[in-house]
Design a protein. Structure first.
Ligand code: FAD
Length: 416
């Protein structure tokens, strides 16, 4: 029997897989997406950043997101609000320094991801659900890569082959596991406990167009997200180092014991009802030794994942797809591509920008900047750009020299 062959196979139909599939299908490539789950399926990662609207547009996906936003209950988002022990501050993303969209959405991922992959299918990508990639044999002489795939419906196994393989398997981390590419993250093991609630969020201080990030009143390394959706529901989560949750038994206790410590958050939540059970994820930060190799590249979370605090995950995932696909197309035409300098280095530049501010959040230096009451307008605009996801905008000094700029501005805020 002849093994079915594709130009490109993509493992995973999350945002990075869907964006890559859309682009490849629009370039008339024979592309197959293998996804082990049936959609719609739940995923965490519900607050988008304005920067990702540009990547959705590049992938031919922005129009379908905007056209369906209302019907699918996507919540308009134009900024981030922060609260710490009596201090309120907010960042209006439309007041950022970088060029590009200043608004986006907060989305239920089961709906968002399904919309994107359906559009990729409309462009001509073949998408097969219930298909789990189990083994990969890489081409080592320019020949095809072959994959062993299990059909989870009938437990049968199939061999497929492709000229190029994109791993968009997120926390499945298929190639990092199979090719021994795993590399420890430089972040400590943190965990997140979260659920969905039904609540009208009528508190006068609450702005439903913004994600609300609240810092725990006695431990600033613990923080909460409140992400409203347009259908009267919201996502609520707590994040912190694993060691802060040792007395909490199970996901519900881990979430509510901490939420009950925070009176402002409780006041904003008002009368609520849990409509999606509490869930716990531990040790999600991950890294890899390399983002590419002969005939393959890693996209999105299959590569590196930092931390949820600035909602950068989907933006990085989409960015990786729009960066990788033009290189894949060149390679399919027989060109030699310098994946290190054309993909890995520039992609990691933005990831490293986020890394600086994530580290600064947990050591509190960036928190002190965020909550500083007398922020200079131009500095605030540049920080706003980072928070809006413009982490690759080298015209922004807070991107170009993120560590130095954060250090200087922190000193200014802490001195005064
Ligand atoms: P995914 O969306 O994870 O998709 C991967 C797909 O691959 C899945 O559908 C999976 O079923 C499939 N797959 C896995 N293994 C296999 C296999 N062997 N064979 C076939 N298919 C397979 N990001 C944000 O932008 N905003 C947020 O507010 C945010 N909050 C977060 C909160 C927490 C607690 C965490 C942990 C993450 C958060 N993120 C957030 C990150 C976000 O969830 C991810 O960055 C994003 O989903 C990555 O997209 P992806 O396309 O790389 O992978």
């Amino acid at each position: 029997q002849v093994q079915p062959h594709y130009d490109v196979i993509i493992i995973g139909a999350g945002p990075s897989g869907a964006a890559a599939a859309s682009l490849l299908a629009q370039a008339n490539k024979n592309v197959l997406v293998l996804e082990r789950q049936h959609f719609p399926r739940f995923s965490i990662g519900e607050s988008l950043l304005p920067q990702c609207m540009m990547y959705l547009e590049e992938a031919g996906l922005r129009e379908v997101v905007e056209a369906n936003a209302q019907e699918l209950g996507f919540q308009f988002k134009d900024g981030a609000a922060f609260y710490r022990d009596g201090e309120h501050t907010l960042f209006d993303f439309t007041a950022k320094s970088s060029n590009g969209p200043g608004t986006t959405y907060q989305v239920k991922r089961e709906k968002f991801d399904q919309l994107l992959i359906e559009q990729a299918r409309n462009y001509g990508a073949e998408v097969r659900h219930g298909m789990q990639v189990e083994q990969v044999t890489l081409a080592n002489d320019g020949g095809p890569t072959s994959l062993s795939v299990r059909n989870l419906e009938d437990d049968s196994e199939q061999q497929l082959s492709c000229d190029f393989l994109l791993d968009a398997s997120g926390f499945g981390r298929v190639l990092p596991r199979l090719l021994d590419l795993e590399y420890p993250s430089d972040f400590p093991v943190r965990q997140a406990a979260f659920c969905h609630v039904k609540t009208d969020l009528a508190h006068p201080k609450f702005d439903r167009n913004k994600i609300l990030i609240t810092v725990h009143p006695t431990n600033p390394e613990i923080w909460f997200w409140l992400i409203p959706f347009a259908d009267g529901t919201a996502s609520l989560g707590v994040v912190g180092s694993e060691r802060f949750f040792t007395d909490d038994n199970g996901a519900a206790a881990a979430l509510w014991n901490k939420v009950n410590d925070e009176p402002y958050l409780l006041a904003v939540l008002g009368d609520y009802q849990v409509i999606r059970d509490e869930q716990l994820i531990t040790g999600y930060s991950a890294n890899v030794k390399q983002l590419h190799g002969d005939g393959f590249a890693l996209l999105g979370n299959a590569g590196e994942f930092l931390d949820p605090v600035f909602s950068s995950g989907v933006t990085i995932a989409l960015k990786s797809a729009v960066m990788a696909v033009p290189l894949v197309l060149r390679e399919l035409q027989g060109e030699t591509v310098d994946w290190q300098n054309e993909y890995s280095v520039p992609l990691r530049k933005g990831i490293d920008t986020f890394r600086t501010y994530v580290k600064g959040w947990y050591d509190c230096s960036f928190q002190d900047v965020i909550f500083y009451p007398h922020q200079q307008e131009t500095i605030k605009q540049m920080i706003c750009s980072i928070l809006a996801g413009y982490a690759w905008d080298l015209t922004n000094p807070f991107v170009r020299e993120s560590e130095r700029r954060l250090r200087v501005v922190t000193e200014l805020c802490q001195e005064s």
